[in-house]
Write a protein that binds this ligand. Sequence first.
Ligand code: C2E
Ligand code: CA
Ligand code: CA
Ligand code: CA
Length: 279
Amino acid sequence: SKAKGRGMFQYFEAGMNEAAQQRLLLENALRLAIEQEEFRLYYQPKADCSLRVIGAEALVRWQRPGFGMIPPDRFIALAEETALIIPLGTWILKTACLQAKLWADKQPGFRTAINLSPRQLLADDFIAVLDRILAETGTKPEWIELEVTENLIMLDVEKATRRLRQVRERGIHVAMDDFGTGYSSLSCLQKLPLQTLKIDRSFIQAYTGDPASKEAAFIKTIVSLGEILKMTVVAEGVETESQLALLRSYGCHLIQGYYLSPPLPADEFQRRWLDQAMD
Ligand code: C2E
Ligand code: CA
Ligand code: CA
Ligand code: CA
């Protein structure tokens, strides 16, 4: 009936208002959280197929008082929409660089990867901010790697390519994150100054143990593609022995995932993956 329809509409509208209100509340909380530095970086190891740890990926969490630990999927998109990702991303870059320096000192060759948001990379002053942070923290470019997604690049191919060239000119490695889930073409992949290809974890997780399956062939194809492009290939989301065995048999260079370790606070990461390796 019509009355019922209107009731539904009002309900829906009220629901939308509530969603908008929630969003505003979250935005304000996020703004405050950036000022008060309520964020923490966790680090997940990257290892070769013999499980020797050669680096880490920094992953941000929001330690929100009264709410516990909020994962990035719940606030990065909003931070991106509201441009709060600019100050947050600068904090992440600086904090990860300080960590990268400590760990590269402990283990020569150790590299810390940092995720970049589209808005961050495309901001006019990104390169200036990057140079300033490298100088301020005393970080050598080879101690860090920047992870970007295909979708970031497709937003503005020309500009993204120019920026990535500038990053590359400084000697910083660039990784294509979540490869296989976005919209970039193979020709685009070939033109970009990339050193690393990260196979999206959905491909790894689709593999259930049959090496003759099409899921296995997919993984093999991406590893070969990386090889052809002379890129380091990383498989993310490796959770099982059989996934590791498959990747090893294909000659995938590096793995990352719960099989080896979840992301850990810096001190725990160091205790587990760096101090012990020294003994
Ligand atoms: P991502 O860059 O693809 O990061 C990998 C995500 O997979 C992380 O989730 C990690 O905890 C999770 N993961 C690692 N190993 C496994 C595994 O074996 N199985 C499964 N199921 N998951 C695994 P997290 O930390 O929740 O981060 C989610 C996303 O948020 C990241 O995806 C990245 O896109 C974004 N993000 C995280 N930290 C930052 C940051 O500092 N800056 C920006 N711009 N984005 C970030
Ligand atoms: Ca990443
Ligand atoms: Ca990824
Ligand atoms: Ca992802």
